[in-house]
Design a protein around this ligand. Structure first.
Ligand code: SF4
Length: 334
């Protein structure tokens, strides 16, 4: 175990202390692995150097240069225990992976994730902070940030606006990042983000709510294939919401793309649909069981073109630079 891993919270304890099982047992731990489940994984988030690493990109791609670790972040799901209704490429919480895990652990039930409520989320974050202080991970009164990144998309939770507001009320939680694949579920996740941003601003103007749309491709059919979701909100919907969110928060909505050899990202479509005034581009190479990595020359070509088009680009390298496992799996599996 590396020193970094030692500071991760033992998740099963927090989950059991924080969430009660309902009579129909739908609050079982999500993924029962030797290291626990995702809900209390503290992530090393990337810091500022990930933004516009123009001169460093070749070194990062070649593995000679690494991003320094950023601040710790508490990751939480917008759903509890079960599979995400979506099925994004190789996501540990998508239907395909969860089905395989459940098949190998016969004592677990295969359940659809239940949306978390604002009261549960508040209690979870307050308790997570207490435990972090008890274990010396954070000092009393020290601020922390949170991220609604794992297990379930906010588009499937009708409480999303209230969740954004609830996090802004949590003492010492200075920032929270919300991400969606923008599924068209009838709960309009983009409208919920806008309402949540407004509420959070009224509750605590210093709290930072930031938002991401995980677009993954500029081609609608490729988005559908990547997410396993047939109904997705359009790029023009996302662009309109980006503008409103920027007006409320002063922060640009990230358009996130995972990078692999089959990625379809057309810089002209981005230019035609979105604005560098309201959006930022986030590129994240992935290690995937079902895809090949994007050729480094193509990554540099894409990155350079996006910078030329006036975009701020966040580049998130795929590992922590210590020869360990890919950061995606490292984080998500606790
Ligand atoms: S929406 Fe998020 S949690 Fe759900 S399958 Fe996709 S990446 Fe995973």
């Amino acid at each position: 175990m590396t020193p970094e891993q030692k500071t991760y919270l033992p998740v099963s304890q927090l989950a059991l202390e924080t969430f009660r099982q309902t009579p129909n047992h739908d609050l079982e731990l999500l993924i029962k692995t030797p290291t626990g489940t995702y809900q209390t994984a503290w992530e090393r988030a990337y810091g500022e150097p990930a933004l516009n690493p123009d001169s460093r990109l070749p070194g990062l791609l070649g593995g000679e240069d690494f991003m320094p670790p950023g601040k710790r972040k508490l990751l939480f799901g917008t759903h509890l225990n079960g599979r995400c209704p979506a099925d994004c490429l190789d996501c540990p919480f998508g239907s395909t992976t969860i089905r395989a895990i459940y098949a190998s652990e016969s004592d677990l039930h295969y359940t659809l994730a239940r949306p978390i409520t604002p009261a549960e989320l508040s209690a979870f974050l307050v308790r997570a902070k207490q435990i972090a202080v008890e274990r010396g991970i954070l000092k009393s009164g020290e601020t922390f940030s949170a991220g609604a990144l794992l297990s379930g998309d906010p588009g499937y939770n009708r409480h999303t606006a209230e969740l954004v507001a609830a996090v802004s009320r949590v003492p010492d939680c200075e920032a929270c990042r919300w991400s969606t694949i923008a599924p068209d579920t009838g709960h309009n996740v983009l409208a919920a983000f806008i309402k949540g941003a407004q509420l959070a601003r009224e509750i605590d103007p210093a709290h930072i709510s930031s938002f991401q749309a995980s677009l993954h491709s500029t081609d609608h059919e490729v988005r559908v294939r990547h997410t396993g979701v047939t109904r997705l909100l359009s790029m023009s919907d996302i662009a309109a919401a980006s503008q409103e969110i920027y007006q409320i928060t002063g922060r640009k909505l990230s358009l996130a793309f995972v990078l692999h050899a089959g990625s379809v990202i057309d810089h002209r479509v981005l230019k035609d649909n979105f604005s560098p005034d309201h959006n930022i581009i986030s590129l994240r190479p992935i290690y995937s069981a079902t895809t090949l990595p994007m050729n480094p020359d193509n990554t540099i070509k894409l990155y350079s073109q996006l910078r030329k088009d006036g975009w701020d680009v966040v580049y998130m390298p795929p590992n922590q630079g210590n020869g360990g496992p890919p950061i995606e799996l490292h984080n998500m599996r606790g």
